[in-house]
Ligand binder design. Structure first.
Ligand SMILES: [Ca+2]
Ligand SMILES: [Ca+2]
Length: 342
């Protein structure tokens, strides 16, 4: 009985939504035009603590606000970025709303829905002391159009230029705040900074790039080593970083302009040449509740056909490395596992 009531409600809701779509489609063309003019704008407000600290005037002629848009990840040849704090990056102040706005749809008509971008707002006094402040890299997608960026009183060093202090900023809409945030990046010293990777970004490549670009900053006698800690904080497997590095930068490695594979394996705490990580399953071959060296011994005897019927042997536990066959590799991996080497 209850089920029927629910489905009736759903049917009514569906009818209503169909009706609404029907009405909307009449003026769809008009709406599209209006949308591109009004909604493809992003908003910004100078935070009070910037006004106090730097002497900015919200909406005042002595202060200019700029919006810098950049690509994250794969370079799109259609993307043309503007020079920092130049005319095309200027925001306008709307006295009605008390907000700065940047016409992103007009300045960047070719941004793609399935690509990652970043945005930095900055404010500058154009008269007097020329004080300026800027936000830290904030990830942006085309679904951020119409949303507003706000600043919090928390700073990071600029990843590219460590002499610059930048303030963290976020999107106001909760959906955008969930998806996009202060961009996670690796500093030249191998420290993870920021909060999020962009939706289409390759985290494994980011760590590989750190090794390529900043090997001079990687001490080899530290424990735990920089790259191993970095893999953990970024959430990637050292082996995957090794593979990405070796395939992406094969030419540079061959030319000797960046660390060779043996050095890189060392940075990542891998043997050389490294083995792919093993997925393990089972292993309690003798069924005594633990996976230890006794299981390796049992499996060895079974494989050599030296076991007798009195010996406990559970075949379902024997393919320890999950490669589909039971053989001497499983003995080896159980031994490594028992010695805490896996
Ligand atoms: Ca066992
Ligand atoms: Ca196996």
């Amino acid at each position: 009985m209850k089920k029927r009531v629910i489905s009736l409600v759903l049917t009514i809701a569906m009818l209503l939504s169909v009706a609404t779509v029907g009405v909307m489609s009449v003026s769809a063309a008009d709406q599209d035009a209006a949308e591109s003019a009004v909604d493809k704008v992003i908003y910004f407000t100078i935070p009070d603590f910037w006004i106090e600290k730097f002497g900015f005037v919200q909406g005042g002629s002595s202060t200019t606000v700029y919006c810098h848009v950049f690509q994250i990840g794969t370079a799109d040849p259609d993307f043309k970025d503007f020079v920092w704090q130049t005319r095309n990056e200027k925001c306008t102040y709307d006295t009605a709303t008390g907000k700065y706005q940047y016409p992103i749809g007009e300045k960047f008509p070719n941004l793609k829905d399935n690509a990652d971008y970043g945005v930095i707002f900055s404010a500058k006094n154009t008269s007097g002391d020329a004080a300026q402040a800027q936000t830290y890299d904030l990830i942006m997608g085309t679904d951020c159009y119409g949303d507003e960026v706000y600043v919090v009183d928390k700073t990071y060093q600029n990843i590219v230029d460590s002499s610059q202090v930048t303030y963290l900023s976020y999107w106001k809409s909760s959906a955008n705040a969930e998806k996009y945030g202060p961009h996670a990046g690796i500093t030249s010293l191998g420290v993870l900074q920021g909060e999020k990777y962009a939706p289409h970004e390759d985290k494994v490549l980011a760590v590989a790039n750190f090794i390529k670009d900043y090997s001079a900053n990687i001490p080899t006698n530290e424990d735990p080593q920089v790259c191993i800690t970095l893999c953990k904080s970024v959430g990637v497997e050292p082996y995957d970083v090794y593979v990405k590095y070796s395939t992406t930068y094969a030419e540079e490695i061959k030319a000797g302009s960046i660390p060779d594979l043996q050095t890189t394996a060392g940075y990542l705490g891998l043997s050389y040449p490294p083995h792919p990580p093993v997925t393990t399953n089972g292993g309690d071959v003798n069924g005594d509740g633990a996976v230890d060296v006794k299981d390796a011994t049992t499996l060895q005897l079974v494989l050599a056909k030296l076991n007798d019927d009195s010996m406990a042997y559970d075949e379902s536990q024997a393919d320890f490395n999950t490669d589909g066959v039971v053989n001497v590799l499983d003995v080896t991996y159980i031994q490594l596992y028992a010695a805490n080497l896996l």
